[in-house]
Design a binder for this molecule. Structure first.
Ligand SMILES: [Zn+2]
Length: 138
């Protein structure tokens, strides 16, 4: 079994993305929450799309996550991914927050993956040591 689900992804270089990854380095998955209207959002952006406020908090992700959608990759997009196919790309929903996160389910074969299934957050370190928020379907 491979140590990592996939090779290191490219981190988001934006200021807001850097804050997201700094929380991840503390093994905390957090999403932006508007300080004015209270709505959550992801991916991180400077201004609330609902009310226009730039007042932002970082709220810890709720426990409940479920699979919104997914795809199975059979053709590696780069040489580095050749050894990892078939792998999944999962769109994970946090219904309590109304946000979705693109990630991977690391412990199920493609035929066991079902839309709507409950998922549990697990951390796996990337090649540069950054903890990645990934998901278990077991
Ligand atoms: Zn707002």
């Amino acid at each position: 079994m491979m140590d990592r689900y996939l090779p290191t992804p490219s981190p988001d270089p934006s200021l807001e993305g850097a804050t997201f990854w700094n929380w991840c380095r503390k093994y905390e998955l957090r999403f932006q929450k508007c300080g004015a209207c209270g709505r959550h959002r992801h991916p991180p952006v400077p201004v609330c799309r609902f009310c226009g406020s730039d007042d932002v908090l970082w709220d810890r992700a709720p426990e409940g996550a479920e699979l919104f959608s997914y795809t199975i990759i059979h053709n590696p997009v780069t040489e580095a991914l050749k050894a990892y196919v078939p792998y999944n790309i999962a769109v994970v929903s946090f219904p309590d927050f109304g946000v979705r996160l693109i990630s991977n389910i690391i412990d199920l074969p493609p035929e066991k993956i079902r839309i709507g299934m409950p998922l549990r957050l697990v951390w796996q370190e990337s090649q540069d040591g950054t903890p990645l928020p990934l998901f278990s379907g077991k």
